[in-house]
Design a protein around this ligand. Structure first.
Ligand code: NAG
Ligand code: NAG
Ligand code: NAG
Ligand code: NAG
Ligand code: NAG
Length: 438
């Protein structure tokens, strides 16, 4: 009887140890271990790869510390290298974060990393960000040191684990780390770090540099507005989705400095191209493509586009073919918003009764507008917040088309926000009475 329970205990312990091994040493870290050991063979002294792997594994399980190994096994092994390798491997644990319950998610989604890139956006003495920090009604919404753009420094194992808690656009849940590393690692130009890279001097933002921006929504309020020249007079013009300028120059202008989209909105926009005449903007010399990483497709697509590999279609239920850009995409003309910025917009800026739902997120137009508000020094808004009864959905509509609400967006709260920012003197919102100009 006693012997039986002893064996039972031994089994139990072995099972638990096995479980811990499975949990801690997942495929990714074994893969990294193999590669590390192979590429640094000489630092492991007389040990063969086969001998070193179990030792690393046992250290990963915590059964031996690096120090114990160093002192206890006086061999030709290089202890300090061994320890730093181990730390490297621990930081190379690309396992996915565990599933969170909705209440936990609500808490976790509101934790953001702080980033010093905001300092680049505070050089202008009259910048809108200083106004927001001074305004008691807005200060509480505005996190000045939120990461805005994403580039190579933002990818490592701990960031991967942190961000796989959240579904894309808010993070990297269920995504392949190879694809993310491939894309983010190629965002290695100074252009990826600063919205207005054409102003950088020797990689630095000039002091007292102030930028004016026009942010153009596609609302029917622009039809017959005659605002084209005024829009084009800004330093930068932001446009989104079916931003058709050809034939509408008088109302919407002709310049595009930032073309904003997510892969799915771009696909839908291009699908209607025959009807609308839309083409991806290409003519402006300093044109930049601003990607909102709404799905893994952004990562697989950009990874391939930036390294010259064949472009992938979207995966999953909807099979969408890869869009062709009219210009070669390079680290210099591509920018990607950081997932923390997207979560922060959802929680801080676009308040909605649907906020706690997984699918809720600001519209592509709202993301563009808020990205401009966090980077430009002066922001003028056109084509947003027009009355849906008085104006057709889009300025380029040929016949009146009614506004459609989608469940993942909250149009009313967005429109109220633009009105509020205008009233507070933060942005200039283009208003109009329906009969004006006739
Ligand atoms: C151990 O490895 C480290 C890092 O590669 C190296 O700097 C150090 O010189 C090595 N020490 C010995 C005794 O080989
Ligand atoms: C991972 O990247 C983040 C963001 O850039 C950084 O803050 C953190 O220190 C990095 N971690 C390691 C272990 O390098
Ligand atoms: C991740 O993608 C890479 C290449 O794109 C592929 O080789 C690998 O098998 C994928 N891993 C998983 C877990 O799907
Ligand atoms: C969001 O809306 C709720 C009510 O729906 C309100 O209690 C809360 O104060 C609002 N938050 C912000 C940041 O406006
Ligand atoms: C655009 O404005 C013109 C008048 O300026 C009007 O005739 C036309 O119906 C408008 N288009 C739509 C789709 O509402």
């Amino acid at each position: 009887m006693a012997g039986c329970s002893k064996w039972f205990l031994v089994c139990l312990v072995l099972c638990l140890v096995g479980l811990v091994i499975v949990l801690v040493i997942n495929d990714a870290s074994i893969d990294v271990m193999q590669r590390t050991v192979t590429s640094h063979r000489k630092n492991f002294g007389r040990y063969s790869k086969d001998a070193i792997l179990p030792r690393l594994s046992s250290m990963l399980r915590g059964s031996k510390t690096a120090a114990e190994l160093e002192d206890g096994e006086k061999t030709s092994i290089n202890g300090s290298f061994f320890r730093s390798t181990l730390e490297g491997i621990l930081d190379n644990d690309f396992s996915q974060a565990p599933e969170l319950s909705i209440p936990q998610m609500v808490i976790e989604e509101r934790k953001y990393r702080h980033d010093d890139q905001f300092e680049k956006y505070l050089k202008c003495p009259t910048t809108v960000r200083k106004k927001m920090l001074d305004n008691p009604n807005i200060r509480s919404k505005f996190v000045s040191d939120i990461p805005i753009l994403m580039w190579d420094k933002h990818f490592n194992a701990s960031e991967f684990r942190r961000l796989t808690k959240f579904r894309a656009i808010n993070g990297w849940k269920d995504m392949n780390y190879t694809d993310i590393r491939g894309m983010v690692g190629q965002l290695n130009s100074p252009s990826n770090q600063y919205m207005f890279d054409d102003r950088l001097q020797k990689g630095q933002v000039p002091s007292n540099d102030c930028t004016t921006c026009a942010v153009i929504g596609n609302g029917g309020i622009l039809n017959g507005s005659g605002k084209g020249a005024e829009i084009d007079a800004h330093d930068y013009v932001f446009r989104v989705n079916a931003a058709i300028t050809k034939g509408f120059e008088k109302d919407v202008g002709k310049r595009t400095s930032f073309y904003c989209f997510c892969m799915h909105s771009l696909h839908n926009t291009l699908a209607k191209r025959r009807k609308t005449g839309f083409e991806i903007p290409k003519d402006d010399e300093n044109l930049r493509y601003l990607f909102f990483a709404k799905s893994e497709w952004t990562y697989t697509y950009l990874d391939a586009a930036l390294s010259g590999k064949p472009l992938p279609a979207s995966t999953g239920k909807y099979h969408r073919g890869p869009p062709a850009f009219p210009k070669q995409l390079t680290a210099d003309n591509v920018k990607v918003l950081h997932p923390d910025f997207e979560r922060y917009l959802k929680w801080s800026w676009v308040n909605s009764s649907a906020q706690h739902k997984d699918i809720h997120r600001p519209t592509t137009g709202a993301i563009m507008l808020l990205a401009a508000l966090h980077t430009c020094d002066q922001v003028s808004i056109y084509g947003f917040a027009g009355s849906y009864a008085d104006y057709s959905e889009y300025y380029y509509d040929k016949t009146f088309s009614k506004h459609v609400n989608y469940a993942n967006h909250d149009y009313n709260s967005e429109n109220k926000l633009w009105q509020f920012l205008d009233e507070q003197g933060i942005v200039n919102l283009y208003h109009r009475t329906p009969k004006e100009g006739k």
